[in-house]
Design a protein around this ligand. Structure first.
Ligand code: F6P
Length: 369
């Protein structure tokens, strides 16, 4: 294996934020400085290199020990992030006023080379890591770090941010139990997760929901209504339903709120639809609570902090050891390096035979199928 003589690296955080980003940044910065490297943070994804005029103080922030002191436990990202500036699908206004997606990865590579950046640590989900892969192919040493509350990245057992999202969602469903029982209501809780049901599944099982709806198992409303009726008839006169934002009825599609040029489509509204349909089918008073971005905020759990610190330090070791085009990945008990190509070639969804799904079924939880 070749070994790189790295001197200057840059760090970018792209896409939706996730708890643990700052811990990754701190671990990478301190590990790099301890090797005598200089570290810079690119502001707002790739905004700092693609739109330098927007950053009068500089699109790149020098990351010193002082800059990363006391940030391990903080949510968000000190660099800022964006899901509007994807260099692979950069939205550009055309002469006729319409918008078009343009590949600007050459611009990113040119700017990074101009700044004599030898290595890039790209912290992101599937979108950001696909960009990183392209940048790597164009001549910058790149190491990816798997971030997303959705846990939908392949080749890693878990992404950082997921544990915090599930822990918070579980605490919310726990709280909603008492109010549901007090009013004898059905409460539908919609959680994020895009096209994968990891958050809904893990939250629903942990918080002992009665029904869990995930994109991987299209639902049938008559089955959901039957489960709720059965529960009420046994004397438990309230019910909790956890719905992934990407859940869909049998033969139906995802509930999409909007799709803009240069951005991923936004999902939403499924919880409200399911709540209205349950009320109609069962006659039981039903409310919907959408947890949304609450799942992305706040302090990372200890698990997420630790895995973020491990990922950040491993990314620096990977660069030092001469790796490029790889993602650090949790393969317990180790953090390993896997090709970015493999990590981004397919979305990791919930396997229908996973023991977590089987556990739900053994506990009598309905998946609406
Ligand atoms: O990918 C993370 C995520 O929070 C998804 O779960 C959700 O669908 C999406 O981002 C929301 O994106 P935005 O922050 O653009 O509303």
């Amino acid at each position: 294996m070749k070994s790189n003589s790295i001197k200057r690296i840059a760090i970018t955080t792209g896409g939706g934020d996730a708890p643990g980003l700052n811990a990754v940044i701190r671990a990478s910065v301190v590990s790099a400085i301890n090797r005598g490297w200089e570290v810079f943070g690119i502001r707002e994804g790739y905004g700092g290199v693609l739109l330098p005029d927007e950053y009068p103080d500089g699109g790149l922030v020098p990351l010193t020990r002082g800059k990363v002191r006391g940030i391990t436990h903080l949510g968000g990202t000190i660099l800022g992030t964006s899901n509007k500036m994807n260099p692979l699908k950069f939205p550009m206004k055309q002469p006729d006023g319409s918008m078009k997606e343009v590949d600007r990865t050459d611009d990113v590579v040119r700017e990074l080379k101009k700044l004599k950046i030898d290595g890039l640590i790209a912290i992101g989900g599937d979108g950001s890591l696909s960009i990183a892969r392209e940048i790597g192919l164009k001549g910058i040493n790149v190491v990816g770090v798997p971030k997303t509350i959705d846990n939908d990245l392949d080749k890693t057992v878990i992404t950082f941010g997921f544990d915090t999202a599930v822990s918070f969602a579980t605490a919310c469903v726990d709280r909603l139990h008492s109010t549901a029982e007090a009013h004898q209501r059905v409460i539908v809780v919609e959680v994020m997760g895009r096209y994968a049901g990891w958050i809904a599944l893990n939250t629903g099982i942990s918080a002992t929901a009665d029904v869990i709806l995930i994109p991987e198992i299209p639902y049938d409303m008559t089955k959901i209504a039957a489960k709720i009726e059965e529960r009420y008839s046994r004397g438990a006169k309230f019910a909790m339903v956890v719905v992934a934002e990407g859940a869909k009825p049998k033969g139906g599609t995802h509930s999409v709120v909007s799709k803009e040029v240069g951005r991923a489509e936004r999902l939403g509204g499924r919880g409200d639809t399911v709540a209205a349909e349950i009320e109609k089918a069962t006659g039981k008073e039903t409310r919907c609570v959408v947890l949304g971005h609450l799942l992305r905020g706040g302090t990372p759990t200890t698990f997420d902090r630790l895995i973020s610190l491990r990922f950040g330090a491993a990314a620096v070791r990977a660069l030092e050891e001469g790796h490029s085009g790889v993602m650090v990945a949790l393969d317990p008990p180790m953090v390993r390096y896997v090709p970015l190509e493999e990590a981004t070639s397919r979305m990791k969804t919930v396997p229908l035979d996973s023991d977590t799904v089987l556990t739900g079924r053994d506990l009598g939880i309905s998946f609406g199928d």
